[in-house]
Structures are given as C-alpha cells and as structure tokens.
Design a protein around this ligand. Structure first.
Ligand code: PAF
Length: 305
C-alpha cells in the first residue's frame, strides 16, 4: 500500500508536520536528496524505514555545492515523479524548499561565504574536493542546515558518494551533532553502472561506455591479491580501453581515504567524464601484497593531467 507523503515547502510547515512525531517520541529517519530520484534513493528510504518510525526526504538542488561553471541549471528537477517514488516507499514527509528558504535573501557564492558556513578541512582537498574546489563546503553547509531543520535521529547517505559520507561523519563527530549517520550500499544497474541522477544525461553510446567505471573497479578488486600497484594498473588499463571516457582520477586509498594498506581493507575510487557528464564510483578492495614485493609510497591518486 502506498501513502502519499505530505509536502512541506517552508521551514514552518516542516516543523509543524514533525511536531506530533517528536512529541510522541517517534524516531525520525532522514534522507537528504537533490531529487531526480531513482531506485538508489528508494533503497536509502527503505534503509531509513528500518531505523525509524517516520521517514523524511528532502529534495533540494543546493546551489552552494555547484561551482558557477557546473551543471546547476541543467540538473534534472522532477518533483511529481519524485513524490511518486516517495509514496511508493512509505515516506511520511517530503521537504522541498525554494532556494530563498534555505538561503534567505537568495543564493550568491560571494555573499554566502560572508556568512557562517561549514569548512570541511583537509579531507575535502583531495579527490572530488581537488577537482571541485568549494564543493564540500556547499554540501556540509546545506546538510548542517537540513539536520538542524529536520532534527532526525538517524540520517542515511549513499556510499556511492564515499568522500561525502566520510566528510558528513567527520562533521557530525567534530561539531557534536546529535544524529546517527548510516552509510547505505550503492545500488547498481544490471550491467554494474552505479545508479545516479546524472545517468539520465547519457546518450546510448555514452551509457554503454559508462560501464567501464564499474569494470575498472572490479578489475582492480581482482588484481588486489597481488598488491596496490597491480590493482591500479588493472583498473587503468580497463579505463584506457574506453575512448569516450575522460579520466579525472583513480585512487586507491585506505578505508578512511588515507594511505592504501599493503595488506588489508581499502577503497578504490574513480571519477571520469563521459561526454560532459561527470560520474563517480567506488568499491571496497582487499589488498594482499606478496612478501618482498611492496612498493614504497604506492598509494595512488592518478589524474588525467
Ligand atoms: O548527495 C546528495 O544528493 C547531496 O550532496 C546532498 C547530501 C543531498 C546535499 O545537497
């Protein structure tokens, strides 16, 4: 059975809608999104329902996390379809504020930085943070605002945005925010492509080419039994076989995004452009380095430049 979620467009409406749940001690689960929802988001909603009595989804395309040169204007906005997906996944409340509601006075990169924002620190200077300067300031600032407004007991974020998840955990820890953060598994299409709102930009040839990200990560996972360098080499050779894909970075790291272990659990992360669409993906990786073959400083962040 589906229940139509109640739509809140303002902070006041959101607060009123959640007042009873709070008073009666119900646990609130929160899934922040930028809309253009797909099955990956639905899995986050189901995860939230497993941790809470009431599920709230926010739909807000946050201008602060897009550089002036990025795809803010063309980012897909599909509210009616999004509400349908929320209804099918028993979401109680959808918070879909206008820009002025989240950035009173309207949004402008310069003026917003004159105010109080969240500065994420050095973890935001590598990988996506290096490619997209200021991006994580925007993400953490809006997530902090949304957590302040919804005041959830638990918030769910996808592991597809692995660095974002790590930074949100760090913000919650460092700013003592009273919320539990849960990271949910990446949902994939049948051919392995990680689900993403941006996949809808891809034309058929680009859509086929985009599977190279998943294939590269899996090749690295297989070769990781021989060490970090062979794993990286395996991923790079798969990526280089696809001319429609322009690599931004391929990185093999520890689970905390620090140095990759010679033996143990790590992460492999990739970002690439397919046409003008930037895609990211990552997977866990178990590295084993046969005795006597470790290469010093083998942590990698290989960039296209
Ligand atoms: O992952 C996203 O969709 C966005 O970065 C988030 C967390 C909703 C903040 O705008």
């Amino acid at each position: 059975m589906t229940t139509t979620p109640t739509l809140a467009n303002t902070r006041e409406e959101l607060t009123d809608l959640l007042a009873d749940a709070r008073k009666s001690g119900q646990r609130i689960g929160f899934v922040p999104t930028m809309g253009a929802l797909h099955e990956g988001h639905a899995s986050l909603m189901r995860e939230a329902a497993g941790h809470a009595d009431v599920v709230v989804v926010s739909i807000f395309v946050n201008p602060m996390q897009f550089a002036p040169t990025e795809d803010l204007d063309r980012y897909p906005r599909t509210l009616p379809e999004d509400l349908g997906l929320c209804a099918a996944n028993d979401v109680a409340v959808v918070f879909a504020p206008a820009v002025e509601e989240m950035y009173p006075g309207g949004f402008n990169h310069d003026s917003v930085r004159d105010g109080v924002t969240v500065h994420p620190g050095t973890l935001a200077t590598i990988l996506d943070g290096e490619s997209r300067p200021g991006h994580f300031d925007g993400v953490l600032t809006v997530v902090a605002k949304l957590l302040g407004l919804v005041q959830p007991d638990v918030a769910i974020f996808g592991q597809k945005d692995y660095q974002q998840l790590a930074l949100i955990r760090a913000m919650v820890r460092d700013l003592c925010l009273p919320v539990e953060i849960v990271g949910a598994e990446t949902m994939r299409e049948a051919d392995g492509l990680a689900m993403s709102s941006r996949n809808r930009y891809l034309d058929p040839a680009q859509r086929a080419a985009a599977t190279v990200l998943n294939r590269a990560l899996r090749a690295a996972q297989e070769r990781a039994a021989y060490g970090v360098a062979p794993a990286r080499w395996a991923a790079m050779s798969v990526l280089k076989s696809e001319p429609l894909v322009e690599l931004d970075y391929l990185a093999l790291t520890g689970v905390d995004l620090g140095e990759a272990p010679d033996n143990g659990e790590g992460r492999i992360l990739v970002a690439a452009k397919v046409g003008s669409t930037r895609l990211i993906d990552n997977m866990s990786i178990h590295v084993t380095t046969p005795a006597g073959t470790a290469v010093a400083g083998s942590t990698t962040d290989e960039r296209s430049s």
